[in-house]
Design a protein around this ligand. Sequence first.
Ligand code: DGY
Length: 327
Amino acid sequence: RNMSEASKFRVFITRSDMPEVGVELLKKQCDVTICDTPLPISRKDLLSSVSGVDGIYCSLNEKIDKELLDTAGSNLKVVTTISVGHDHIDVPECKKRGIRIGYTPNVLTDATAELTLALLLATSRRLPEAMHEAQTGGWKSWAPTWMTGPGLAGATVGIAGFGRIGQAVAKRVKSFNTSKIIYFNRSERPEAKEIGAIKVSFEELLVQSDFVICCAALTPETKEIFNKDAFNKMKKTAIFVNTSRGGLVDQDALIEALQNNTIRAAGLDVTTPEPLPLNSPLFKLKNCVILPHIGSAAIDARNTMSELCAKNILAVLNGTEMPAELK
Ligand code: DGY
C-alpha cells in the first residue's frame, strides 16, 4: 500500500481520553476520529460513528456485537480493545466476518497483579475501615484486639484462573510466606510447578483456601461460578478477592454471604454493573472493599496498552503481523 491509500484508513476511537501515545501513533498513518465526550459513548452515538470505518479502537465499555458490526459495515477490518478481557466482543461473529481482533495481554499483568495484592491486603487488614476510624475519632488508643484481621503468612491461598495474571499474583503472594498456593484452572499449567502451586478442583479450592482470589476470564463456563453454593463451601474466615470481571460472581449471593458472615470479607475491583450504583448494599458493608475497576491503572501499563492498540491497527493497515492478536 502506498501512503496516500493508507491515509484513507479510517479509525474510530471510542473515548476522548485514550492515552495520547497510541492516538498520536495512529494519527501518523490513519484518518482518526475520536469520540468527543469524556464519558463512555452512548450506544446510539457509537453506532452512528462506526459506519464505514476500517478500524475501531475501543474499551471494555463498548459492546462489539452483531448489530454494531452490521452498522460498521464491510469496510471494518480490525477492532482493538484497550483491555486483555474481551467478553464485550462477540469474537465468533468477528471471526465469521474476517475482522481481526487486537487486545492487550501481558502489558498489564504486573499492574493487575500489584492491584490484586493491594486489594487483598486492604481487605484482610481492613485499611479503609481503619482509615475511617482514624479520621473520625474511633482511634481511642492502641488496642490489642481492635482492627485485627488475618495475615497472609502461613495461609493457604487459592487462585481461580491460573493464566498470566493468576500466576503473577501467585508469585507475589508467595513472598508473604504463605504455606500453600493452590489453583483451579481448566487445564494444568506447566508454569505452576516452578511457582509451587498445586492444581485442585474448584470445590477443593473453596474448601481449603483462607484467601480465594478470582483471576479467571469471564466466559459462558465461568459465569457466576462464585454463587451461593460456592460461598457456602468457603471457610467462615475466608476472604474473597475479585479483580477479573464482576460476571464471575452471583453478586446477590455474595451480598448475602457478607451480611451473614458466611465468609469474612470481600475485596472487589469489579462488580455488576459498573459503576456500582451508590445504593448497592455492598457499599454499606464494612467487610467489603470496593475499587472502581483500576486493576491495570498503572501509568506505564496504560500507556503501553494504548501503544499496543495503535500497533495492532497499524499492523492490519500495513499488512504485517499484529503484535497482540486474539486468535
Ligand atoms: C482488562 O484489561 O480486561 C481490564 O479489565 C482493564 O484493564
